[in-house]
Design a protein around this ligand. Sequence first.
Ligand SMILES: [Zn+2]
Length: 277
Amino acid sequence: MTERDPGTSILAGTMAEMTYAEVEAAARSGAVALWAFGVIEQHGPHLPTGTDIYLPAAKLRRTRALLAERGIGAVIVPAYYWGVNHVSGAFPASPRVRPEVMAALMEDVIASLSDDGFRHLFCVTGHGDAEHNRTIYEGVRRGSAGRLIRASFLAETRLVGRLGLAADDPLVTPFEPAPSGPSRPFLDVHAGEWETSAMLATHPALVRDAVLPSLVPTNFGPEDLAEWRRGLEHARRKTPHGYLGDPAAADPELGRRSLEAQAVAMADAIAARIAGG
Ligand SMILES: [Zn+2]
């Protein structure tokens, strides 16, 4: 792997490549801030542990380009990657960070962004764990309380519903991507067809494609998913190889279409939110 091109860095295109003066000018000109929340987590024998960071980072770069076409400036905050693992927590390389650690860090960074002059911040997730996503919401709530910045959790409508949040909660900006792939009879949730497809589309050198044909689909339904979501040793027993879905069916074109549909829906939701004040 050392000789292979690792693909685009998660810092590419972010504030980390800008000077302070450029960031200051962007904030003054009304640029919005975009921030992805991923995790280091096992992703089967074929995907890197940073999958949930690489993918939202790629999505935000595309979202920023789509916003620029609409005349909306955006600064990408370097991705947060010490998210909360519950489901994969019994696997190696899936650190169990306490939610309060993540929420406290979010509060401090959001306060700083507010002081820097940013007035809109959109936080997105790269990781499906419910506890991780509840923590993003909590960090957004704490970070924006009593401050000038309006922060919100930019999240797919089905995730908003799963977390029990109201679609009109001011701390939430829901979005709904257009369907981008065929519907399948079995669930594809973690390191399966869609996630492997998206990694093949954005970071192909990081995918262990030689093992893909040997990965048998899990063919799980909702009851299996409920058992897997109990997490830790339950998840490891349910999916000993770490993936839930059908990685061998991955197709980079499907990955490209799904990332584009999400970026378009995110840019639309951000533009609508800003127009609403
Ligand atoms: Zn993932």
